[in-house]
Write a protein that binds this ligand. Structure first.
Ligand code: SF4
Ligand code: SF4
Length: 318
């Protein structure tokens, strides 16, 4: 079984399953104080979260939260003799590794005897688990920062029936930088980050709109769009990402013809494969759940979003 390629960093913490009710209590508290927004798209992302040992490993002793570096990407579009550098958020392009590699590397790092299981689980609030485990700290923008990797990480949770791990459980903490910093508050183009409230107003967060089909709501300023998928206004100048910023992935650029085809939302069949490969694009609806290369069929599905988002950046229109 293959391990993670060496250019990716990996860190982890183990949390005893005894803490699962406390995790549930954290989430219940957020619900009780109306801090989890009822936005339909956001709710669909978290609807099936469960804070109990999974059915496929009821005897689980620990849940291990793992962070693997996943830099943001930058791609250059040529349009009308001008080069446009456009960012792609960390979750939206193919990372160069998969869950099996993460699992194998973790097994090696833990020195886990083969008789013990390591079962991947997606039904947990991973950022909260990372912060509670001490692996990461929250930023004011509600993202989870993990050491030098900043907030550009993929998080994974694995349950194990091995009981020889050290339990790591901490109070919820924010980065020390945030005590004296307002950069993300000032840079957020929609007011999603609030001065008087730690939990951001997720209904104003741009990725919730540029990940899915449809017309952007009128209240998003035309100048707000800044990434082909996702939004990086609260991340690019964040001190917590200072070191991670040096590792941006540079993708192969798009020529005038390719850019125009994406803007038109109409790509000639013979160009689809090439453009998919250059973008290393993931289906955004799937991106947080499963890592897979974009194949031409998926690309046709996401092309309208891509076209709309690129127009919003290059042409400043919807
Ligand atoms: S920009 Fe500043 S306040 Fe916002 S998350 Fe980063 S360090 Fe914290
Ligand atoms: S992702 Fe964009 S819209 Fe959301 S909080 Fe950050 S800057 Fe604001």
């Amino acid at each position: 079984m293959k391990e993670l390629p060496p250019e990716f960093q990996m860190e982890y913490r183990a949390v005893s399953c005894k803490h699962l009710p406390e995790l549930q209590a954290d989430v219940d508290q957020l619900h009780a104080t109306n801090k989890i927004h009822n936005n339909e798209v956001f709710q669909s992302y978290i609807a099936d979260f469960k804070y109990q040992a999974p059915k496929d490993l009821p005897e689980a002793k620990f849940v291990i939260i793992v962070a693997v570096s996943k830099p943001i990407a930058k791609i250059q579009f040529q349009y009308k003799n001008k080069a446009h550098d456009v960012y792609i958020g960390s979750p939206y392009y193919e990372s160069g590794y998969n869950i099996e590699m993460v699992q194998e590397s973790l097994r090696k790092r833990l020195n886990l005897p083969s008789k013990f299981k390591l079962v991947h689980n997606r039904k947990l609030h991973l950022k909260l688990l990372a912060v509670r485990s001490g692996l990461g700290k929250y930023g004011r923008n509600n993202l989870c920062y993990v050491g030098d990797m900043g907030c550009w990480v993929n998080l994974y949770a694995f349950y194990t029936d091995y009981d020889g791990l050290t339990d790591s459980w901490e109070e919820i903490e924010t980065m020390k930088y945030c005590k004296t910093c307002n950069i993300c508050l000032n840079n957020c183009p929609t007011g999603a980050i609030r001065e008087d409230e730690f939990v951001i107003d997720i209904s104003k967060c741009i990725p919730l709109y540029n990940e899915i089909d449809g017309i952007f709501p009128d209240w998003i300023p035309k100048t707000a769009h800044n990434a082909l998928m996702g939004c990086l206004k609260c991340q690019l100048t964040c001190p917590g990402n200072h070191k991670a910023l040096k590792g941006i992935t540079i993708l192969e650029g798009m020529n005038e013809q390719e850019t125009q085809m994406i803007l038109n939302g109409n790509i000639l069949e013979e160009n689809v494969q090439d453009i998919c490969q250059k973008l290393k694009f993931l289906d955004p609806e799937d991106a947080c759940r499963k890592l897979k290369m974009c194949d031409p069929d998926d690309f046709v599905l996401i092309l309208p979003r891509l076209s709309r988002n690129l127009k919003a950046i290059i042409l400043r229109e919807e």
